[in-house]
Write a protein that binds this ligand. Structure first.
Ligand code: FES
Length: 123
């Protein structure tokens, strides 16, 4: 399975994904790279100063987790529900813990926090 890094619009190592403050506490913020059907969608989730980032593509049907822009369904603390068939994923590791994608997970986008910015880093 190809990695997000092979995507033609993948951000380079060292790119700023967003500011930590762009991500609503306990929810997600989406950043898109490129246009049209070839765009790469990345989502960052936040709990306090801890941030995780994933390719915004549910492993069930490869649809984004959100049906509306910047609107993520939070089922419980640090868990997001796919808007399409209700698979639930943990912020902390992207694992699906309930619904039709159990046993699968979101693809990690490695990041670090630097001066309040979420920065793409090497794996
Ligand atoms: S596309 Fe996400 S649960 Fe089906």
């Amino acid at each position: 399975m190809p990695s997000w890094r092979d995507h033609p619009n993948a951000p380079a190592q060292g790119s700023v994904l967003c500011a930590v403050e762009d991500i609503p506490q306990g929810s997600g913020h989406e950043v898109m790279y490129g246009e049209g059907i070839k765009k790469l969608r990345v989502v960052a989730f936040r709990d306090g100063e801890t941030v995780w980032a994933y390719v915004n593509s549910c492993p069930h049907f490869s649809l984004p987790l959100n049906a509306k822009p910047q609107t993520f369904l939070i089922s419980e603390r640090n868990q997001v529900m796919c808007a399409f068939h209700c698979a639930i994923f943990r912020f902390e590791d992207g694992a699906c813990i309930d619904g039709p994608a159990v046993g699968m997970g979101l693809e990690v986008v490695p990041i670090r926090i630097e001066n309040g910015q979420v920065v793409i880093q090497a794996a």
